[in-house]
Design a protein around this ligand. Structure first.
Ligand code: FAD
Length: 511
């Protein structure tokens, strides 16, 4: 076979040095090691980054593992805490609370899924609250954590975890990683984009200094503005504001008062919701809201009135529109991060969507001339990711039972068919169809359905093959096994201290 090295992409330009840009640079530096491909990243300190994005999903651990990053070092350098799930307060009725965990409820005790046994048991009034049958939920409530056992004796003891970290420290960490592996960092503002008139491919970028930077593959990580994908290529935007109308946020960090639990919290407010993300040294807070239902002043007052500790910075306002580019890969430009799209941070999905964008790009890595079949496949996969996140976020809103106009409207809005089908399947028979691709599997849907008071009209009849007292004993056995397991775990901060001690790097590197 002929040598095809002349077909390989040699010059990759990443525009943007936020979380998206540096995650992409780090991954490419790892995956392209040993090739002749250069990766350059342009960022502008004058423009800065969005400066939020602290809660993650367990998938980030796979990303870090792919890079060969040591978790103990990551935790030490990014002031990270453990996240076992998200607690939702007041999302069903005022006073309700439940946790969407990174783990399953119960374990198989018969031919039907566990939740059918629970539904039957609670109809008799003898079941405990659903969350008490899930180890990461009980651990989160008791402020405890230890690494999941490598070979758990039962699925009950298999759970996952993510991190809550300082996003700017994570970016700093990745800058070191990527630049040590050959990524060239260019400080400067892109002022102009030069495209080829014939095929519309981007050829080069001109910086404020006048320097011209040419490339073959361009990765747009320029944030909401979508400098290449939208401003230059006019790709178009699927606007999902009708489905997810929140469009503004205020963010502010505050001091820690109570011991920080290993979970993120989302509390419903009159026209949106407030997040609380504990780090080792501070708590990140924010109020996401829809400006049609509350003024900016009331929104910021509500946030500041509900901080548990003293604010340690001024509140920062952010504006956004929910949706995604019509194509995340267009011509020789791939948009990753906010440049590609944004869905509100209710389930901490943005960094995960960045990760999917990077992994799909690596899997479909182009030759010099991008094949349209690869572009189509990339866009199909990313569309699925975004659609599924959108439906799962909407689920929280449409299942609310609150009285305020915002929440009434959220209940009554038109739903995508894909969401209606899932809700109907659960409502009728307690079935949660599994996705072949994309985030949020049945365990996640179940926790929101039941957490927000949607119970199936009926349960799987196979449950009745088990005698009532046998079923009750099984549920009690599961609950007490979880209690015992959690009782043996470390207190969350004690775990962090212990884990951080594994980091043997330079003390000045620790946050
Ligand atoms: P940015 O951080 O905006 O970076 C853009 C980069 O492009 C910057 O470096 C900028 O300097 C550069 N740039 C732009 N224009 C030019 C130019 N002309 N020349 C040179 N450089 C340029 N995600 C989560 O996963 N978890 C969360 O908890 C979470 N919370 C969020 C809360 C809110 C309110 C918002 C709005 C977002 C949240 N996100 C969260 C999303 C998360 O913040 C982003 O996905 C993440 O920070 C990535 O941003 P980015 O790198 O795409 O863009």
């Amino acid at each position: 076979m002929n040598d095809r090295s002349d077909q390989a992409v040699r010059e990759i330009i990443i525009v943007g040095g936020g979380t998206a840009g540096w995650m992409t640079a780090a991954a490419l530096s790892r995956k392209l090691a040993g090739t002749d491909t250069n990766v350059r990243l342009i960022e502008s300190a004058e423009i800065g980054t969005v400066g939020v994005g602290e809660a993650t999903l367990p998938q980030i651990r796979e990303f870090n593992r792919m890079l060969g990053i040591d978790e103990a070092e990551l935790m030490a350098r990014t002031s990270a805490t453990i996240k076992l799930g998200i607690e939702f307060r007041d999302w069903g009725r005022a006073g309700d609370h439940y946790i969407h965990p990174f783990g399953i409820h119960g374990e198989p005790i018969g031919p039907a899924d566990f939740h059918h046994y629970w539904v039957r048991e609670q109809a008799d009034g003898s079941a405990d609250e659903f969350g008490q049958y899930c180890l990461p939920i009980v651990a989160a409530r008791e402020n405890r954590f230890d690494l999941p056992p490598e070979n758990p004796s039962s699925p009950l003891h298999a759970y996952s975890y993510a991190f809550q970290f300082d996003a700017s420290l994570y970016a700093a960490f990745l800058i070191d990683y990527a630049t040590e592996r050959g990524v060239e960092r260019i400080e400067g503002k892109v002022m102009a984009v030069e495209s080829d008139g014939e095929d519309g491919l981007i050829r080069s970028l001109t910086l404020e200094s006048g320097e011209q930077i040419s490339g073959e593959l361009f990765i747009d990580c320029s944030g909401f503005r979508g400098l290449l994908i939208e401003q230059e290529l006019e790709t178009g935007f699927d606007d999902w504001s009708d489905y997810l109308p929140c469009n503004r946020a205020f963010a502010v960090p505050c001091a820690i008062t109570d011991p920080v639990g290993p979970f993120t919290r989302s509390t419903a407010r009159s026209a949106g919701w407030q997040w609380r993300i504990p780090l080792q040294h501070r708590i990140g807070n924010g109020h996401v809201y829809c400006d049609r239902y509350i003024s900016d002043q009331d929104a910021v007052d509500m946030l500041m009135d509900n901080l548990e500790g003293e604010a340690i910075a001024d509140p920062k306002q952010l504006f956004f529109k929910t949706g995604k580019r019509k194509k995340l890969w267009n011509r020789n430009c791939v948009a990753i991060g906010l440049a590609g799209g944004f869905l509100e941070p209710l389930e901490s999905t943005s960094i995960d969507l960045i990760q999917s964008g990077i992994l799909n790009l690596i899997a479909l890595f182009p030759e010099k001339r991008c094949a349209s079949s690869d572009i189509d496949e990339y866009n199909r996969l990313m569309d699925l990711e975004y659609d599924r996140v959108r439906d799962f976020l909407m689920l929280h809103y449409v299942l609310n039972q609150r009285d305020e106009p915002f929440w009434r409207d959220m209940r009554e809005m038109a739903w995508p068919d894909s969401l209606s089908e899932k809700i109907e399947a659960f409502k009728r028979r307690g079935i949660v169809p599994r996705y072949d691709h994309g985030l949020f599997q049945p365990a996640s849907w179940l926790s929101v359905f039941i957490g927000q008071n949607l119970l199936p009209e009926t349960y799987d009849p196979r449950v009745d093959a088990m005698a009532d007292d046998h079923r009750s004993r099984e549920l009690e056995r599961i609950r007490s096994s979880i209690d015992r397991g959690v009782g043996r775990m470390s207190e969350h901060l004690a775990f962090i201290e212990k884990y951080r001690a594994n980091f043997t790097g330079r003390p000045e590197d620790a946050a």
